[in-house]
Design a binder for this molecule. Sequence first.
Ligand code: URP
Ligand code: ZN
Ligand code: ZN
Length: 468
Amino acid sequence: MRTFIKGGTLVSATGAQPADVLIDGERIAAVVEPGSAALGEITADEVVDAAGKYVVPGGIDAHTHMELPFGGTFASDTFSTGTVAAAFGGTTTIIDFAVQTTGAQVRASLDSWFAKAEGQCAIDYAFHMILGGVDDAALKEMDSLVDEGITSFKLFMAYPGVFYSDDGQILRAMQRAATNGALITMHAENGIAIDALAQQAAERGETAPINHGLTRPSRLEGEATSRAIQLALVAGSPVYFVHLSASEALAAVSAARHEGANVFAETCPQYLYLTLEDHLGAPGFAGAGYVCSPPLRTKHASHAADLWRGLRTNDLAMVATDHCPFCMKDQKELGLEDFRAIPNGIGGVEHRMDLIHQGVVEGQLSLARWVETCATTPARMFGLYPRKGVIAPGSDADVVLYDPAARQTISVQTHHMNMDYSAYEGFELAGRVDTVWSRGRKIIQGEAYLGAQGHGQYLKRGLCQYLR
Ligand code: URP
Ligand code: ZN
Ligand code: ZN
């Protein structure tokens, strides 16, 4: 099958220009100037009129949690439902987190994640590995996983008793990463201090959802971020911060980068658009829908503005969703009596490309930076470039036709995620996905899903391409 996408504006990490794109089978065959001599030689089974639209590389969401076991329940999107929702939003690759819970073996845990995803996904997928128990066996397994294309590992400074690693464990994992080339990705919040604050709040009878945020102050994200950077410098390893939410954490990352350290970070749309007061503090139990960690930050400080600035300046390299959906009914409701029992997570895999494009519309980012933070940098950061993250001859034909003139209103009534509410209900956005190809196959056209369960393939990743 050959598809010729004609008359559009090709947007890449370096800018926007008129260009036509030829897909042949699963790959990009050619990118040509409109009206160039090569045009006459091109034959195609389908010619797509892209006039007035952007042609962009398929988005890469490097932080999702399909079916994550958490807080006595499971994230409500399966690999099947979650990847279809991702596709509707212009994301053609996810990197999900396989989980080694404390006490389990790394290899068996990873195998169970392969089994969950195999034959289920609408789009291509890869894995990071969560290490919930750094010991000699886990450290040894890191080396073999790197050889198998699992080249990044998540550690938690939060959630004592669940995923938590102490500083010695973190240091040892970083030392290993320094030798095997892996990237340590870090959940940086001081979980020991947070648990003490949360217990004190509960003892005072302060059990509403907003207390989740009030007991996780931004300083404790800043402190953990600074500490992790020092540990990485001692170990001689790079470090990548997931879901960075706070100005204090960004300041630590910026300072380390200024010194030339290999320190990277992502943020997520929820920290750019949602706040502690307006969302986590919503009346009654509605705030439970906004319980995630790190928590939404106060609007009475400059967290969100600082994060947008960080995205502009590259102190924040990229945007991922931390997609971890739970329904209100029976899931978030587990914490009706106590905010500590609300499963942590917000679903958003469907809306990342649109919400960051809205940042372009509102003057926060350039078009090129939209593509860079949502597709190209994730591919480079996690060893998928140039197969993914770019529209160039030889790359996978993961292509999104994006209509900047369209308008949409986000709603639970129309989204495709398996959630009974939307964290972005009523958001009015300029622009929306028109058509999506995944490895050359058209999988989304307007409101229609044309893909197939199991079309998505597992991606063996290389090492981070920002390091020598
Ligand atoms: O609240 C969140 N972020 N849930 C998912 C687990 C994690 O820490 O990423
Ligand atoms: Zn986390
Ligand atoms: Zn996460």
